[in-house]
Design a protein around this ligand. Sequence first.
Ligand code: NAG
Ligand code: NAG
Ligand code: NAG
Ligand code: NAG
Ligand code: NAG
Length: 399
Amino acid sequence: MLPDAMKNIFPAAGKRANSPFPLVNLISNLIFFVFGLTFGIIICFHYKSFSFNLQVTNGQFSIFTTQSSAPQQPPPRVALSSPAPPTTTNHVELQKPPRLMHGMSDEELLWRASMAPKIEEFPFERVPKIAFMFLTRGEVVMAPLWEKFFKGNQGLYSIYVHSDPSFNGSEKEGSVFRGRRIASKEVQWGNVNMVEAERRLLANALLDISNQYFVLLSESCIPLYNFSTIYSYLMNSTHTFVESYDLPGPVGRGRYNHRMGPTIALGQWRKGSQWFQMDRNLALEVIADKTYFPVFQKYCNGPCYADEHYLPTFVTMKFGGRNANRTLTWVDWARGGPHPSKFIRTDVNPGFLEKMRSGSSCEYNGNKTNVCFLFARKFTYNALDRLLRFAPSVMHFNK
Ligand SMILES: *[C@@H]1O[C@H](CO)[C@@H](O)[C@H](O)[C@H]1NC(C)=O
Ligand SMILES: *[C@@H]1O[C@H](CO)[C@@H](O)[C@H](O)[C@H]1NC(C)=O
Ligand SMILES: *[C@@H]1O[C@H](CO)[C@@H](O)[C@H](O)[C@H]1NC(C)=O
Ligand SMILES: *[C@@H]1O[C@H](CO)[C@@H](O)[C@H](O)[C@H]1NC(C)=O
Ligand SMILES: *[C@@H]1O[C@H](CO)[C@@H](O)[C@H](O)[C@H]1NC(C)=O
């Protein structure tokens, strides 16, 4: 840190030697003046190129902000197209995400996370981040691929992992996943506690005011595009991505329980993939829902599969107008059965990756596109080495 003498000089230099000096000690003031003047001249010289990103960790004093020396330039709320790591700003305290191990109960956490600022403009340059939320049993199997994906994009993403409480493995030192596990509870396939885990992930991610888009992933998910493409796609989207459709028959409307009425009518019952992508507004509504979710907790058990019905039904009932009704996570149901296809080593080749990336047609912000999926599942651990071999070039990771 700076020596004490410097602390005295810096504020004077900040005012470019125009500040009134207290007439206490002439000699020391003269030294300060000369020092301040020299410093001021240096600043004037480097006016344009100087960037004062001095991090004052104790928050005691701030010197110059980048804004004060730059020409008036309103900070963009959304940094798009070529996201650059954020520049350091002051006001660190306001933006600091809370500790992950906060010790709050679920009830306390959801309540705390449901708070939204009433003043819409941020008093600091907020660089919006994507929250990547991994719902896993154990470790994130595809972690080495995700490491490559995240590389060079620090400050534009946050990671949260909800794994089975019995999982006691630890992430490698230096891994982006290290220390990103949240306090978790047990999850069973098809049980409503799966949705509780999703809400727990959302609530933890909402505590970080910078998180703007929220992506739910499994341990077997992979990205299909590089970070900058995914970042712009999500941040520019005018829609949320919660898959939702009305399906007659036993695995659709057949899972509706009449005791859910009148809060939820049969005609409002929807189905869709659990793997969603949603913005901050919708995420807040989901964790704050005290009307529909309790009905699911009470009546959606047995062969009901809340994870395939709660979000599609809730979002379509309340926020359907802004929803794309599709998910950005590619999956293959072609092999039939209750589980989608799992892809192994020999399935992975550039052609297959291209098919997932651009082999479909859909709408994005009202325009037709063939970029319909940004993520894909389910990939097994033994597919990892071939993914690491092909993905970086097919997906333009390392440019
Ligand atoms: C992790 O849990 C397993 C059993 O689930 C146990 O055998 C192992 O010793 C544990 N490892 C550590 C490091 O605690
Ligand atoms: C997002 O919008 C910005 C400006 O509005 C544009 O420069 C950028 O190309 C857009 N990205 C995508 C993926 O549409
Ligand atoms: C998604 O479904 C809702 C409700 O049916 C509808 O209002 C909305 O327009 C649909 N979204 C798109 C992009 O078609
Ligand atoms: C959609 O397409 C129209 C016409 O091709 C174009 O003017 C518009 O910018 C496109 N919108 C987006 C969001 O890409
Ligand atoms: C990301 O991929 C796109 C093509 O999909 C490419 O044009 C772009 O340069 C890549 N971005 C980076 C940062 O490498």
